[in-house]
Design a protein around this ligand. Structure first.
Ligand SMILES: [Zn+2]
Length: 358
């Protein structure tokens, strides 16, 4: 049974009106599943609160088109509002606009030149351990197996290639506790943070060009902890940092680079330690891959490096070259005034239709 409109822009508005905060995607998944099941040219699979629809035309190549159904928490914008060709509301740009484009293609392109796998997945906007695409990639990688994938997060209508890797690490600095009246009896671990902070503050971001796109490393302190009492020289202090690394480095290489960068201000003999808390590798741009080159060609605009981490890395880890491309301004994502225009949706649909047509 179809309960969603046919027109692309109306469809996006209807999707905004179906609440789907992370972990609450079930109703939207059910509606998408029913809609896709009404298309006789698609095989539909429900995986938890995610929905996968596939063509089985026996084409030489398969392309996976993916987007997440969940949104962040609404901020007074839970209802769709349409004004002069612009759709406002939670998830409008991130990424129900993209979901509408995917559903429209899934419904209407019955004879693509490549086989297609559409993936509508849950839990992207929360901790990565819950990400349903990541779970599918690990538990049933055959579901997303393809020659190339496009992640339809908003990119302003250009291909944003690859993504940076990201790591959180905790640096523990050691000292020796003492009474503050007799500080010479100890070593102040908080004072020892000064050279570490200076190093982070003056970090000169490494830049690297891959397939003509420039990626940068970034290194930022995100938390500091330390101190025992108002009269104690602290014997320990901790700093958590976030290291964003260009996709020319693997997880192991990024960790080695971080340790090398920090080594001048650490003293392992007295007990300083660096502990990696979590790490997610990036993904290379793959701009020379014929399908991704075709996508870039269809946009008619030069590609850019993706700044940040996205699920193209999940595809890359599963052996599928992927690129970011979707409707709307990515800088509006998660903002209370997020919106996407009818023209942006139509343009993105046109580009993806060109990718999957002759
Ligand atoms: Zn998103």
């Amino acid at each position: 049974m179809k309960e969603l409109p046919d027109d692309l822009f109306d469809l996006a508005a209807a999707l905004v009106d179906i609440p789907s905060q992370s972990r609450k995607e079930g109703r939207l998944a059910g509606i998408l599943e029913a809609d896709l099941r009404s298309c006789s040219h698609l095989d539909v699979l429900r995986v938890g609160d995610s929905v996968v629809a596939r063509t089985g035309l026996g084409r030489a190549e398969r392309v996976c088109l993916a987007g997440h159904m969940d949104t962040v928490r609404p901020a007074g914008n839970e209802r769709a509002r349409v004004e002069e060709g612009t759709l406002w509301g939670v998830g409008s740009v991130d990424m129900k606009g993209g979901i509408a484009v995917l559903l429209d293609l899934a419904r209407t392109v019955e004879e693509p030149v490549v086989d297609l796998t559409y993936v509508f997945y849950a839990c992207e906007e929360i901790d990565h351990s819950e990400n349903a695409l990541g779970r599918i990639a690990v538990e049933s990688p055959e579901v997303i197996a393809a020659d190339a994938a496009v992640l339809c997060e908003p990119t302003g209508g250009v291909v944003q290639a690859g993504c940076q890797g990201t790591m959180r690490a905790r640096v523990r600095l050691s000292g020796r506790p003492a009474h503050t009246a007799r500080p010479w009896m100890g070593t102040n671990a908080i004072h020892r943070m000064a050279p570490l902070l200076a190093l982070l503050g003056s970090y000169d971001s490494r830049r690297v060009e891959l397939d003509g796109c420039e990626y940068a490393d970034q290194l930022q302190a995100v938390r500091v902890e330390g101190g025992v009492a108002g009269n104690v020289v602290p014997g320990e202090a901790e700093l958590t940092l976030n290291y964003r690394f260009a996709p020319d480095r693997s997880e192991a290489e990024a960790e080695a680079e971080l340790r090398r960068l920090l080594s001048p201000v650490l003293d392992e003999v007295i007990g300083d330690r660096v502990e990696v808390l979590d790490i997610a590798p990036g993904a290379p741009p793959f701009l020379r891959h014929p399908l991704i080159a075709k996508l870039v060609g269809a946009t008619g605009r030069p590609p850019e490096a993706k700044v940040g981490w996205t699920d193209v890395a999940t595809f890359f880890a599963a052996g599928v070259p992927a690129a970011n491309f979707g409707p709307g301004d990515p800088s509006l994502a998660h903002s209370p005034d997020e919106h996407v225009s009818e023209a942006e949706l139509a343009e993105a649909r046109g580009v993806l239709a060109a990718l999957i047509s002759a």
